[in-house]
Design a protein around this ligand. Structure first.
Ligand code: BGC
Length: 449
């Protein structure tokens, strides 16, 4: 069934995906809702969005998510991942807002009415200001606060959702907020705090996992792990720094969930959390890029690693002051092989490329799906693919500069236009696969000369 099939109606070989494969898209509350008051709103007010853009109404989901849900239904999508904004639900510590929970009920109901399975994420980078001011995930009591929030959510909407993602990309959250200074709270070089944040998030994940299983009998709970390929340049030193980045970035949270402790040598620093071991029903993978790594004495703040994207590789639009990353569909295979060790079903929770003109997105989608089909044929238990994203949304520090949508958005007018990759993806979803000949030629580069 997962092999190349010859369909009755067509002599053309067809890459058919398993029955019930979850085809969909991913989104995040702050990026689509508009009008949020969280630590990212403060970051924006402090002038930290590189493009100078403001999030504004974003995709206007708080008022009218249903407009995009209609598009998702019309494209034939089966799943849509969204996050619930903690700062709306618990605007002051211990005070939960029934109106916000009601709006989320409405949104989840609207998805069901359109035949779309919701996948709910509880933390996609944003949280209430009061939580940030208390030290966020550096605080020892953060897991209990996160659990209390999770319980309120599960009580309010648990009957409307089976799939739960506790944390989106704990590794990106910790690396960007505590090592690179790119996300709030904007600290640089605080490796030990970054590891502490991940340990505390792993504890919060465990408490949320248990609470969800207690309150939502058929819940499937996991997290979404960002996975990057670090390609070493020539020489031992480059291999060493690339493998250090790989360990720290790709494996820290995985290790915490897989074995209940941080891998060597970081486990020596009291990285034990036995109860986290095996604590997930699926592994979610967010996969986008490859970076090249060369040892360079001048890059002390990144452990002497010069992390770069050669100009000749396929890539989408560049960010404000650097390339976004090499568009590297093969990264999916590396990520899946890493996640397979957990022995749980795997979902690709995000995959995409910033590409306003839709020059390489079709190639990326087709290549990623060919990669996935091959992995399934090898026996990997991959249950779904969610593209990032449905409609262009507010891309964190880059604001409106990077466009990841299958659907183009003019944030001023809220006018939406389907990109050709939306039509391509829709055909794939409806056919539950793609013809082998559906292969756009590999691009060299989208924007670079
Ligand atoms: C994040 C999204 C982000 C996307 C594109 C992912 O790492 O989860 O929030 O928009 O990458 O950069």
């Amino acid at each position: 069934m997962n092999e190349v099939d010859l369909r009755d109606s067509s002599p053309e070989p067809f890459l058919l995906f398993p029955k019930d494969f979850l085809w969909g898209v991913s989104t995040a509350a702050h990026q689509v809702e508009g009008g949020n008051c969280n630590q990212w709103s403060d970051w924006e007010l402090a002038g930290r969005i590189k493009s100078g853009d403001t999030c504004g109404k974003a995709c206007d989901w708080w008022e009218n998510a249903e407009r995009d849900f209609d598009i998702a239904r019309d494209l034939g999508l089966k799943g849509l991942r969204l996050s619930l904004e903690w700062s709306r639900i618990e605007p002051e510590e211990g005070r939960f807002d029934p109106a916000a929970l009601q709006r989320y009920r409405q949104m989840l109901e609207a998805l069901h009415e359109r035949g779309i399975e919701p996948i709910v994420c509880l933390h996609h980078f944003t949280h209430p200001r009061w939580f940030e001011q208390r030290g966020a995930f550096l605080r020892a009591d953060a897991p209990q606060l996160f659990e209390r929030f999770t319980r309120e959510v599960a009580k309010a909407v648990g009957d409307l959702c089976r799939f739960w993602v506790t944390f989106n990309e704990p590794n990106v959250y910790a690396a960007c907020g505590y090592v690179l200074g790119e996300f709030p709270p904007g600290h640089k070089g605080q490796l030990f705090n970054a590891l502490r944040v991940n340990r505390i998030q792993a504890r919060a994940h465990v408490l949320a996992y248990r609470a969800l299983h207690e309150l939502v009998p058929d819940a499937k709970v996991g997290w979404a792990q960002h996975y990057v390929v670090f390609e070493p340049g020539q020489g031992m030193a480059s291999r060493w720094v690339a493998s250090l980045l790989d360990r720290l970035f790709n494996h820290t949270f995985f290790d915490l969930i897989e074995s209940g402790r941080l891998g060597f040598p970081f486990g020596l620093l009291n990285g034990r959390n036995r109860e986290a071991r095996g604590c997930c029903d699926f592994a979610g993978l967010n996969v986008y890029s490859r970076f090249h790594v060369a040892f360079d004495i001048r890059y002390a703040s990144t452990f002497f690693a010069n992390v770069f994207v050669p100009s000749h590789v396929p890539q989408g639009d560049p960010g404000f002051d650097r390339p976004y990353g090499e568009a590297y569909p093969q990264a999916i295979s590396e990520a899946v092989r890493r996640a397979a060790g957990l022995g749980k079903p795997i979902y690709i929770m995000e995959n995409g490329v910033p590409d306003a003109e839709d020059q390489i997105r079709p190639w990326l989608i087709v290549s990623a799906l060919r990669e996935l089909h091959g992995l399934i044929a090898e026996g990997h238990d991959i249950r779904g693919y969610l593209h990032w994203t449905l409609t262009d949304n507010f891309e964190w520090n880059e604001g409106w500069k990077l466009r990841f949508g299958l659907v183009a958005l003019d944030p001023e007018t809220q006018h939406r236009t389907l990109r050709s990759s939306a039509k391509l993806f829709s055909e794939i979803v409806r056919g539950n696969g793609l013809a082998v000949s559906t292969m756009a030629p590999a691009p060299l580069s989208n924007t670079l000369p």
